[in-house]
Design a protein around this ligand. Structure first.
Ligand SMILES: CC(C)(COP(=O)(O)OP(=O)(O)OC[C@H]1O[C@@H](n2cnc3c(N)ncnc32)[C@H](O)[C@@H]1OP(=O)(O)O)[C@@H](O)C(=O)NCCC(=O)NCCS
Length: 177
């Protein structure tokens, strides 16, 4: 468990592995942060139950305000994958997702990962901005398409469903590389 003060929140931020029963906190926050995003509850449950080393919740003064869900890839050696991150709207822009990611990077490194990947909907400009700020850069596993100023991988999730693939190296002990 790590305890880090945030730079911009007023309370004590605590980040630790999700407990299985906290999947419903994650569902609640995801629904509030991103109402149009639909994910089955069982997916949240699966992460908090079976991937808790790389699925984290952030609390401020005991209240869950953010989470991130990820896993270490089995078929891609040395790769950590982040499926989802969300911060409750009442706590956004206080560095909570930033702190969640720093802890994810630390854990992925400790588990032998050399890079971390995620995919982002090209319309999700705040997520693109957040990931760019965290050092992620686009990569392409197939033909590219330019959408709203970013390069996405064409048909990544099926015909017409283009996604931005992003990756970041995890070398070094610091938080930047
Ligand atoms: C993306 C999200 C997780 C960011 O959470 P957060 O806790 O507010 O992020 P942070 O405060 O740590 O922001 C860190 C940096 O990311 C960028 N960023 C975050 N939110 C942003 C926004 N709305 N617009 C532009 N840049 C943004 C900024 O560079 C920010 O640094 P700054 O505040 O010093 O400018 C949050 O907006 C969210 O829950 N969105 C809905 C869910 C979602 O889209 N998840 C990603 C799916 S892949």
């Amino acid at each position: 468990m790590t305890r880090r003060p945030t730079t911009r929140s007023h309370g004590q931020l605590t980040i630790r592995s999700a407990a299985p029963e906290e999947f419903l906190d994650c569902v609640r926050i995801a629904h509030r942060a991103w109402p149009s995003f639909k994910e089955r509850n069982s997916i949240y449950h699966l992460f908090t139950k079976y991937f808790a080393d790389t699925s984290l919740v952030a609390r401020v003064e005991g209240r869950v305000v953010g989470f991130t869900l990820g896993f270490v890839a089995q078929s891609k050696r040395g790769v950590g994958y982040i499926h989802l991150v969300a911060t409750d709207p009442s706590a956004q822009r206080r560095g909570i997702a930033h702190q969640l990611y720093l802890e994810m990077f630390r854990r992925f490194r400790a588990l032998g990962c050399r890079k971390v990947r995620c995919i982002i909907n090209p319309e999700n400009t705040r997520s693109l901005s957040f990931h760019d700020g965290m050092g992620f850069r686009p990569e392409h596993s197939g033909p590219r398409i330019r959408l709203r100023g970013v390069w996405a991988t064409r048909d990544y999730n099926g015909k017409g469903i283009h996604m931005v693939e992003m990756t970041r190296g995890l070398r070094g002990a610091g938080t930047t590389g």
